[in-house]
Design a protein around this ligand. Structure first.
Ligand SMILES: CC(C)(COP(=O)(O)OP(=O)(O)OC[C@H]1O[C@@H](n2cnc3c(N)ncnc32)[C@H](O)[C@@H]1OP(=O)(O)O)[C@@H](O)C(=O)NCCC(=O)NCCS
Length: 309
């Protein structure tokens, strides 16, 4: 779905979308594709490149705000479709920070010895919660999935530090007001867009820049390294201007920042794992590199992870 395609459905322009966000196109899944279908493709690829077998996975964590059903979790559906006989599976609902929170959960379980091999997937079908008459939001998002397998190591590689925070007082800046138990959709309900994503973009932007920058600085400090040692920054792909602000604050040049927002838009929990995979495929990550990941999303919630590849 290109910016030109959006010009046909809302009052917008390719120029506005490109200059304000950095987005040129985004991917939309077909109607009959559920979020678990997107996740399964990513999970299969991740397990294949890990060299492990399906039976080796003890835990599957799925970051998503667009599960197939309200009950059960998307993770349980993915577990069944993937055939992971020895795993427990559950979702993490933290919007765009779903993958970072998933990595943190995975690393903690591995460190305590409770689980050995953890599959973390971020998957979203955001088209299912987008209001296609609201130009403030509909041009920003896309569908997608990305996954990674984490396993214990004693060679100094892995997740060195994570930093997670949230503040629910900002919940109405980026939310779906209606359709939950607080405001159910029952008989006589008038559909006015409140059952889809509603966002105050300007306020979210300001808080995102501050908290993503602070989170990035914090996780680098906690890992005991200097920002010059960072090999690659993989930020959540929400807005190119937010990404540039993080690079500036860390005094890291943009060629050390991975950007693919122009192709996918904001895919929420899927954004960082998709970028991580592309960066690896493009040879931009080498053994021993320090990788900084940082995200921000509806909650509001934000966080970062520093990984040694
Ligand atoms: C949404 C966002 C791109 C808007 O950029 P902005 O520079 O803040 O623009 P503003 O919100 O100030 O809007 C400026 C004008 O553009 C208009 N506008 C909004 N969307 C538009 C679109 N798709 N096409 C054309 N005009 C648009 C607004 O209506 C407003 O018009 P007005 O001044 O006549 O009221 C930006 O705020 C943003 O990226 N916010 C963070 C969003 C985000 O990352 N969310 C997810 C977090 S995970």
């Amino acid at each position: 779905m290109t910016n030109a395609d959006f010009e046909k459905i809302v009052e917008t322009s390719d120029e506005w979308i490109r200059t304000r966000t950095g987005i040129k196109e985004r991917r939309f899944a077909e109607d009959d594709v559920a979020v678990s279908d997107l996740a399964v493709e990513a999970c299969k690829n991740a397990i294949k490149s890990s060299g492990l077998k399906n039976e080796d996975i003890d835990l599957l964590v799925c970051g998503t705000v667009t599960p197939d059903y309200r009950l059960p979790s998307a993770a349980c559906i993915i577990q069944e479709k993937m055939d992971l006989p020895n795993a427990v599976a559950f979702d993490i609902v933290s919007a765009c920070t779903g993958f970072i929170n998933g990595l943190s959960v995975a690393a903690s379980f591995i460190e305590t010895g409770q689980y050995k091999n953890v599959l973390v997937v971020g998957a979203e079908k955001l088209t299912s919660i987008m209001n296609f008459t609201d130009r403030n939001t509909c041009v920003l998002f896309g569908d997608g999935a990305g996954a990674a397998v984490l396993t214990g190591s004693d060679d100094g590689s892995g997740i060195l530090s994570t930093f997670l925070r949230s503040n629910g007082k900002y919940r109405e800046l980026l939310w779906i007001p209606d359709g939950g138990t607080a405001k159910p959709i029952d008989e006589g309900y008038t559909f006015d867009g409140s059952d889809k994503v509603v966002m105050n973009g300007a306020d979210v932007f300001k808080i995102a820049v501050k908290q993503m920058c602070d989170s990035a600085v914090r996780v680098v400090k906690d890992a005991g390294i200097d920002s010059e040692q960072i090999g690659l920054i993989i930020p959540h792909q929400a807005n190119i201007r937010i990404i540039e602000a993080i690079a500036k604050r860390l005094k890291v040049s943009m060629d050390k920042v991975f950007v693919n927002i122009e192709k996918y838009g904001n895919t929420s929990a899927a954004s960082i794992p998709i970028a991580l995979d592309e960066a690896y495929e493009q040879g931009r990550i080498k053994d021993g590199d320090y990788i900084l990941m940082v995200a921000f999303g509806g909650g509001l919630i934000w966080g970062s992870a520093l990984m040694r590849w």
